[in-house]
Design a protein around this ligand. Structure first.
Ligand code: FES
Ligand code: FES
Length: 173
């Protein structure tokens, strides 16, 4: 990767998953590269780098964004949430992640971080979604492995759990 002289770099300070964090970014460095290579937060994946596949989806100041279409310097002073922020502790899965695990909603996992971020955001905005609404959301994400059915099942299960229905048996715990 070519590096510009240090005097052309920018300090980027942000809140990453609730913790202050900073790094050094060239003016045109993408947020995906900044997170993965400068900060070491490799949970955010990179697929198409054209805003199409959804693998790089993160939240910036509470709004979903494609990190491959965002410059690192644009998040200076922002709150950024990535898939690493979904788990309540390093050895525990969040509710949605656990539903993915139960339903085998991932295979290679390439798409998974982005889908989790979109669904997590969506389920906070639409607590009791219809299956069609979840299907519509998933049109913004490409998955080559699962056929989407287990992802849909996991999302509906998580939505039900968030609405107070009892969690399904953790058969693969
Ligand atoms: S890598 Fe960003 S949308 Fe595909
Ligand atoms: S699990 Fe492989 S691309 Fe979705």
């Amino acid at each position: 990767m070519s590096r510009l002289p240090a005097d052309q770099h920018h300090a980027v300070r942000l809140m990453l998953n609730g913790k202050p964090c900073s790094g050094d970014a060239e003016p045109r460095m993408l947020l995906t590269d900044f997170l993965r290579h400068e900060i070491g937060a490799t949970g955010t994946h990179v697929g198409c780098e054209h805003g199409v596949c959804g693998a790089c989806t993160v939240e910036i100041d509470g709004k979903l964004a494609r990190a491959c279409l965002t410059l690192a310097v644009q998040v200076d002073g922002c709150a950024v949430r990535t898939v690493e922020g979904l788990a309540p502790a390093p050895d525990r899965l969040g509710l949605l992640q656990a539903a993915f695990k139960r339903n085998h909603a991932l295979q290679c996992g390439f798409c998974t971080a982005g889908i989790l971020m979109s669904l997590d955001h969506f389920l906070r905005e639409v607590p009791k979604p219809s299956e069609q609404e979840v299907r519509d959301l998933l049109t913004g994400h490409l998955c080559r492995c699962t056929g989407y059915t287990p992802i849909l099942r996991a999302a509906m299960e998580a939505a039900a759990e968030l609405a107070g229905e009892p969690a399904k048996e953790k058969s693969d715990a």
